[in-house]
Design a protein around this ligand. Sequence first.
Ligand SMILES: Cc1cc2nc3c(=O)[nH]c(=O)nc-3n(C[C@H](O)[C@H](O)[C@H](O)COP(=O)(O)OP(=O)(O)OC[C@H]3O[C@@H](n4cnc5c(N)ncnc54)[C@H](O)[C@@H]3O)c2cc1C
Length: 562
Amino acid sequence: MPSHDVLIIGAGLAGQRAALAAAQAGASVSIVSKVHPVRSHSVAAAGGINAALNPEDSWESHAFDTVKGSDYLGDQDAIEIMCREAPDELLWLEHAGVTFHRDETGHLGTRAFGGASAARTYYVADITGHALLHVLYEQLMKHHATVDRYEEWFTTDLLQDDDGRCFGAICRNLRDGRVEVFNAKSTILASGGAGQAYEPTTNGLIVTGDGMAQAFRIGAKLMDMEMVQYHPTCLAGNGILITEGARGEGAWLLNAKGERFMERYAPNKLELASRDVVSRAEQTEINEGRGFPDRTVALDVTKVPRRRTLEALREIVNIGRDFAGVDITREPIHIRPGNHYMMGGVKTDSDGRTTVPGLYAAGEVACVSVHGGNRLGANSLLDTLIFGRRAGEHAASRAGEMTMPSTPTSRVADVERSIAAIIGREPGGRRLGAIKRELGATMNQHVAVFRDGAGLAKAHEVVRRLKVQAPKAAIDDRGSVFNQDVIAAIELGYLLDVAEAIVVAAQERKESRGAQFRTDFPQRNDADWLKHIDISVNGAEAPRVSYSPVTITRWQPEERTY
Ligand SMILES: Cc1cc2nc3c(=O)[nH]c(=O)nc-3n(C[C@H](O)[C@H](O)[C@H](O)COP(=O)(O)OP(=O)(O)OC[C@H]3O[C@@H](n4cnc5c(N)ncnc54)[C@H](O)[C@@H]3O)c2cc1C
């Protein structure tokens, strides 16, 4: 049985950063990932990472932009930590080997991003996540004596003792189907977001909300779940992302009449207003008949000098050509808002501690809450690294004060039985894929850029029905080697739990703030709703709702304009 001071579930940027920090603090570490670590979804991050590193910029300015971007729902103590620690983290990355773009003077160069009052986004062309993830993985190799990597192992459940403390997890080796207990003094969830609850989404097939559901099931609170980001520039149909870096480099948004419509919605920041504002503007243009017949508007990258596009945005040149048949250096490309990011997640403090003792969370699975109602572009990579590191350090220090918990292995038999039951399901029920597609389409229709009470009630009804159908959905593969059918069946259960938490929170918040725009409650209402919505498990019933205060340090809520 693997037994370590710190178990980390997830090997994207948050998980790898946590592993490095815990190992450097002297802990023994296991890091588990259902895919090879460098295939974690962080690899898809394109546009860059924020830090107020230039002498004329300041962490206070970065923090204020983040607070304003969050529509004042972000916790300002955590935002201050993130923005204050950002410059050192960026330099650490650079020294570790990330080849950030340099300008003609040889200094680290920046690009502008949405909602920011200074150009403070550092980048590696439009493959920043790829560059970061590979460098972190190299660094992790150096710690092979204390960090054990379990690549292509799938965590099914978190373990909890009689006092409610988390002491590890159960994982299945995807190569041969073996199930094992992973014993740990501290456990860190770093298992990413839940974009696959929507269709289409910018998120890959592996982003299925596993950690959010696993934590929720053992009693951890989820927070800000109603805040689901729709990114303004996604390809119609398949949802593939065109990075905000394109607008940062100077691309325009145009409606079907050729109007630069952002002049009407955000006269100062135009295309570089925050994402919730730009997505709503686009959707309004489309809904009011000023979009194209395929319900899109256009992103005009020809405003960027062609040479610059080929140098700094080469990946989206390929995406435009391969997935839309468009040469973006020569003609506008049709885009629309698409599901992209979870601002909500497992509620944590700024050291990554969740409401379950011994369980930490960091990265997109977590909600610290630094993004509140709306995340600024390029603040997520920063969040994964700052709070991944802090969680790793805290988890290691907690482990240093404990003896190794003894773990009953009987839970292995429980998990083996439940997997056997999935394999043994009678044929004839609905297909897993059909259930997942209905979930994604429902969420994209009713829990998207604009929402209302009737649509949310409908979505909740569908999710409850799918929760009854999913446990009966038969699978085809009955083997034990790389059985992705079994994994897809388990993941569907996680997605349905997460989707229900999103819908319940969106029903609860009767106002419009950040990514939650209720057409039946179109105003922000600080008097009643300047608070977090916490969601917790409630047996077989719909999740329970409670509230927690928003931490305000120095920026009082005010009207938000761009
Ligand atoms: C297309 C795209 C572009 C983006 N661009 C940017 C950008 O430019 N700047 C920015 O700041 N943000 C960007 N983001 C957001 C950002 O990339 C993500 O929020 C961030 O990388 C998430 O990192 P993470 O470490 O939390 O999770 P991930 O990188 O998703 O890693 C999750 C890990 O958990 C593992 N895992 C999950 N479930 C299990 C399980 N059951 N058992 C075992 N392992 C499990 C996975 O294998 C993986 O290793 C972008 C997102 C997308 C989709």
